[in-house]
Ligand binder design. Structure first.
Ligand code: ADP
Length: 492
């Protein structure tokens, strides 16, 4: 099969979060299964050019219709750790992708509407006719809309679209100007409740709703989150739309790239280990302490890695710092905040705790350090308010770092409580789960984990090894996506 992924991120060249990991990991898995995969991405000025091999001109004269005129674009091509990627660079006063950031601009909806249009125009003009186009999140929600309403009539009638939603919170709202810019025009047609009109604001177009409505298959990143999106407010107003399109909507759990996240071969950690020589993990713990200037004492290390924002349950992350310190544990945090209030809060905490030998707060994004933390910590907390899939708990499991998670979204599908899980026998349980988002619930799980670490180290070790035995690689999700692609390719 010939598959083209259109996305706003692809790790490690463009990574703001899990979306980048998924786009890269899934593409690699599909190629390993013998499919031809290409990626189309924006050419941001701030992406990691050092991760692109052999960047060269691929299509220098791409004219993308825009507002009745056209914007000239160059398309470059290069390999990102083996994946063939096309990067679109527009030349216009809008400077869409030369902003020193991936997201967060006032005209983000226009930037990504343009990118969606340019990606389709590139496929059309370069005569690429993939069997399946796989789009991701609100940024590319207009791809299936334009494919079905416009490009189908220009020779792209056989292309099928799979649309994956990684986060329902960001849906991409726009006004009528997007219709004029992209050439979709027909205001009264698109501002209808069965098309792009937002379910709550009749004067707004909703890109993600368009993606759901017009795609042949829609997925989100875990089965439990698919349920939450339909039946709870986690769907952020799209529950009804998902309900209408329930026949084509499923949840496919993300995987992790086990060549990159693997304590057996990880190039960023000093001591490699597997479940058979688990004691080697202790050397990474020592290295982590040295690196972060923590005292070397007989205490467990609890870690948090991830964005610092409301979604991730920052109030519980903050609470864990002090709970750990009061209960003879060490705490390590690696995270970055985009919101200034949260950023200031954690900066303040960092200064306050600076001289404490049992805690380290590292504010910023640091891929290399994250590997050492996964390998060196004993436990990892994921106390999210909501979590579509979550990668950090799966990476933690792979590194024998016991996850302590809130039972939401993909965390429900991946972590099974040592003491209370009803679905798995004791020898298949792998972590701790709590459900409410208050301190008491969090503490009940932390307390059980710390007690086991102190009172029954052999049992704790067994629990960590049971976690390492889970296969959360791309193997299963890869097979599920191929099945979905096959299904939509043969359905007319
Ligand atoms: P998100 O909601 O951000 O997509 P996920 O759990 O799905 O959360 O994915 C987070 C990914 O980003 C993981 O690979 C994690 O290791 C990585 N990550 C998050 N924050 C940081 C950071 N500050 N430094 C390094 N890696 C990070």
């Amino acid at each position: 099969m010939y598959i083209v992924q259109i996305a706003s991120e692809c790790a490690p060249v463009i990574k703001a979060g899990g979306l980048g990991d998924v786009v890269y990991g899934l593409s690699r898995e599909l190629e390993n299964r013998g499919h031809c995969v290409e990626l189309i991405l924006p050419k941001y000025d701030c992406m990691r050019y050092d991760h692109i091999w052999g960047l060269h001109d691929a299509f220098m004269n791409l004219w993308v219709p825009w507002y009745g005129g056209a914007i000239h674009c160059s398309v470059y091509c290069g390999w990102v750790h083996g994946r063939l990627c096309f990067f679109i660079e527009p030349h216009s006063g809008d400077n869409f992708f030369n902003r020193g950031c991936y997201y967060g601009c006032n005209d983000d909806n226009m930037r990504f509407a343009f990118f969606s249009k340019a990606a389709l125009e590139f496929l059309l003009q370069s005569n690429k006719r993939p069997d399946v186009i796989h789009c991701h999140d609100w940024q590319t929600g207009l791809v299936p809309v334009m494919l079905y309403e416009m490009y189908k009539y220009h020779g792209m009638e056989y292309q099928r679209v799979c649309y994956t939603i990684h986060n329902f919170k960001h849906q991409g709202f726009a006004g009528v100007d997007t219709l004029w810019a992209t050439g979709l025009n027909r205001e009264s047609y698109y501002f209808q409740s069965d098309k792009l009109q937002d379910n709550f604001n009749p004067f707004a177009l909703n890109f993600m709703k368009g993606g759901i409505t017009y795609s042949n298959a829609v997925t989100t990143v875990s089965p439990h989150h698919a349920w939450e999106a339909r039946y709870t407010d986690i769907g952020y107003g799209l529950g009804h739309t998902l309900h209408l399109h329930q026949d084509k909507f499923t949840g496919v759990l993300n995987g992790i790239d086990c060549d990159f996240w693997n304590p057996k071969i990880d190039r960023y950690i000093p001591s490699h280990y597997t479940k058979d020589n688990f004691e080697e993990k202790a050397k990474n713990k020592k290295a982590l302490r040295e690196r972060l200037l923590l005292q070397d004492v007989d205490k467990p290390i609890i870690a948090y890695i991830g964005r610092l924002d409301e979604q991730k349950g920052v109030h519980l992350v903050h609470h864990t710092i002090y709970y750990a310190l009061q209960n003879a544990a060490q705490f390590v945090l690696l995270g970055s905040a985009t919101e200034s209030g949260i950023n200031n809060h954690f900066r303040h905490e960092k200064n306050f705790l600076n001289s404490n030998p049992d805690v380290h707060l590292e504010l910023g994004f640091n891929e290399e350090l994250s590997h050492l933390i996964y390998a060196g910590a004993d436990m990892i907390i994921v106390p999210s308010n909501y979590e579509p899939c979550g990668l950090t708990q799966m990476i933690g499991l792979k590194y024998g770092t016991v996850p302590i998670v809130r039972g939401v979204g993909g965390l429900v599908n991946t972590v099974f409580d040592k003491d209370y899980d009803q679905t798995k026998p004791p020898e298949e349980r792998n972590g701790y789960v709590f459900y409410q988002s208050d301190y008491h619930a969090l503490e009940s799980a932390l307390e059980r984990a710390l007690k086991l670490w102190y009172n029954n180290p052999e049992e704790f070790r067994k629990l960590a090894i049971q976690g390492m035995e889970y296969d959360y690689s791309w193997n299963n999700p890869g097979a599920e996506y191929v099945e979905i692609y096959d299904h939509i390719r043969h359905k007319w």
